[in-house]
Design a protein around this ligand. Structure first.
Ligand SMILES: *Cc1c(COP(=O)(O)O)cnc(C)c1O
Length: 224
């Protein structure tokens, strides 16, 4: 893909997205030149899904780049990314959450995370079930965390052309979020993020309440 194309695609997207919705440019599998081009165009939030790739790109981007980790995180690789992320969106187990907290405590930092909710029909996708998330907050387990801040929820819809299905899934995330924020744990501070929607379905996600979308191929082209 012509690198200049990134600028026009990004500009177009930024104009389409309503104010107040954050755009994360998903740059996994894309060359560093593409990220740098997007950065020059004003993009600051980038999403990566593999630890090794993230660690290679991290030092090659300006310090104010805001890195979102969005891939499944193996516990043995967690330590390497703690302190380098703006937001870890793919917390998919209490064990992982406890480890993030422990590593953050050792480094004396606060790590911002999202809980990944499994809503899609595919079984391969990681995440808490909606019931597990609800129970987590009902039991106020977050009170055990000393160095981790839960900022909200992240989800991926089913990979299907059936718009109604996708919309239903996004609606269920918003409902879950609202129930937590308004009924179960209204005392939570900074619980303000619903990350959902990708290249193929972000307009639906925004209509259903997303505060952040994660878009890759619509900006950078198909992944090599
Ligand atoms: C790859 C990926 C995206 C972006 O997907 P596109 O279809 O390229 O926009 C968004 N979220 C997650 C979790 C991903 O792994």
């Amino acid at each position: 893909m012509d690198i200049k194309e990134i600028t026009s695609r990004l500009r177009e997207l930024q104009m389409e997205i309503p104010a107040g919705v954050r755009l994360v440019a998903v740059s996994k599998f894309q060359p560093i030149e593409y990220l740098q081009e997007a950065y020059l165009c004003g993009q600051r939030h980038f999403g990566e899904s593999r630890v090794q790739e993230f660690l290679e790109k991290y030092p090659q981007m300006p310090k104010d780049t805001k890195w979102h980790f969005i891939g499944h995180l193996q516990t043995n690789k967690l330590r390497q990314i703690i302190g380098k992320t703006y937001l870890i969106e793919s917390i998919d187990s209490e064990r992982l959450l406890a480890l993030v907290d422990e590593e953050s405590r050792k480094k004396e930092i606060i790590t911002n995370v999202l809980l990944q909710v499994h809503i899609a029909i595919e079984e391969t996708k990681f995440g808490f079930s909606p019931e597990e998330v609800k129970e987590y907050f009902l039991k106020k387990k977050y009170e055990q965390l000393t160095n981790t801040h839960i900022c909200g929820l992240m989800a991926m819809a089913s990979n299907t052309d059936e718009e109604m299905q996708v919309r239903r899934e996004f609606t269920s995330v918003s409902k879950l979020y609202n129930e937590i924020a308004e009924v179960i744990s209204p005392e939570l501070r900074g619980f303000d993020t619903i990350s959902m929607g990708m290249s193929g379905d972000w307009p639906i996600a925004v209509e259903e309440g997303a505060t952040e979308i994660r878009v890759g191929s619509s900006i950078f082209g198909e992944r090599g």
